[in-house]
Design a protein around this ligand. Sequence first.
Ligand code: LFR
Length: 499
Amino acid sequence: AGPCALAAVDLGATSGRVMLGVVVEGRIELVPAHRFDNHLVRVDGHLCWDLDALWTEIRRGLRAAHDLAVGRGLGGLSAIGVDSWAVDYALVGPDERDADGFPDPGSGTRRGEVIAYRDHRTDGVAETFAQQVSRQRQYALTGIAQQPFNTLYQLLTDDRVAGLPAGSTLLMLPDAIGHLLTGQRRTELTNASSTGMLRVGGDGWAEELLAAAGVDRDLLAPFIAPGEVLGTVRPALAGKLGIGDVPVIAVGSHDTASAVLAVPAHGDGPVAYISSGTWSLIGLELPPSAPTTEALEAGFTHEGGIDGTVRFLKNVAGMWLVSESIRQWQDEGLDVDLEGLLAEAATGPPARALIDPTDPQFLAPGRMADRVIAAARPTGARPSTPDPVLTTPAEVVRCLLESLAQTYREELATACRLAGVARPERLYVVGGGSQNALLNQLTADALGLEVVAGPMEATALGNLALQAAALGAVPAGRSSIRELVRASVELETFQPSPA
Ligand code: LFR
């Protein structure tokens, strides 16, 4: 097959991008077509995502990707795939009907904002629902860790749903973008698992939970599996963008599913990874298994992956802790940025205090550095130190990175113990956070394991690779996709320092 050009739309909590992927001779060349900022906005007292702004940037990005492809003599895009963070959704009204009563696919408009998972509306909801369906029962059905922000708990507190007209649909964010692109309403399966309403293994909704939560089945769109074609870009939109009737392919639309697909591992043994970005998702890729009480208590989840795999992982607050702290300092007028702070933290002394990055108190935005300083506990058998232990921004950053590394050590050990697998030979770190050399070294040291860092754009690569496989441009299956990833990127290895 000749070279082909694909576009990945990849939305993250702090930035989005449209990447052109040129697949040629067993490699994917990644070309950034368009990057844009993303952030939480407050609307009517709720933290929301600005989907209209994102949609504008996505269209710009697709046009730019098309132009880049044409500039390379590739004629244009052969496919598009969309991924984003999980759990959040849009409520989309019924499609308009023309004079003859035929629906106009894609014309249904969004009802209200896309409320963000860090909003306070779900406070206490999971606890209340557990009185109706026990935590154990929910976990046995779905295998999903009971995070306050799971779609199920968001829906339980969403008073807009009751007032929706017939024919309205809940679409997970990437599916909502798929609907804007193609007019098709589907629920992509990897992201469906993040709702906390899908049966573990992904063979259908957990009807018992839907009934208990009063979720109307008609609100949910039919499933689509990663690798299937969702539809083609609506003619009117394709015309405006000048991109032709390009197919939109369902990918692992949960960004973590796409990122883990692009872990550059060899072999079939359980792969240990951290998908490192706003969150640090640490865990193992495993065949499906029954959720256990121990895994529930340890806060591990069984998210649906590609090829019927399960991401057995734990959500650890990741670079969010650092970026939110920097936002506070900058708001206070301090002249700090990530690069400078990392350089200072790297040459500074070891942290004198640590926090627990899995503590839910760090979920919400705002005054993060203050919260970290208040929560930090002195390390070692130090006699009571006068509070606060941390004073400078670089000390806070050093504390956060060491806290993450310690948490990775504990959580990976727990994952291996719970899954009954041997300690892995290496840990793969993918995503934006894999560029953080200090964190990689601290992680290698804390775990006493080799850390393989990269690719940074794992999510976009996983998205593109699955499109390429769906088009037959590369062989399907995780091992060939990972071979493709290895052939396409530079990786960096960190060895544990001699103790
Ligand atoms: C990472 C991620 C995590 C999910 C969190 C909230 O971007 O998708 O996997 O737990 O965001 O959706």
